[in-house]
Ligand binder design. Structure first.
Ligand SMILES: [Zn+2]
Length: 46
């Protein structure tokens, strides 16, 4: 089966991985705009 890793912010596909069932993972890609958004989120939670 295939899992896919998507960027939480821009939705672009970062990578695919072998998994036991079809799964979607969310993370942030390496684009500056997405990393800035993640930083802002963390600041808000505090
Ligand atoms: Zn992104």
């Amino acid at each position: 089966m295939l899992g896919v890793i998507l960027c939480n912010y821009c939705g672009s596909e970062i990578a695919t991985v072998d998994t036991e069932k079809v799964t979607v993972f969310y993370t942030d890609c390496k684009r500056d705009v997405c990393r800035e958004q993640r930083k802002g989120k963390e600041d808000k939670q505090r």
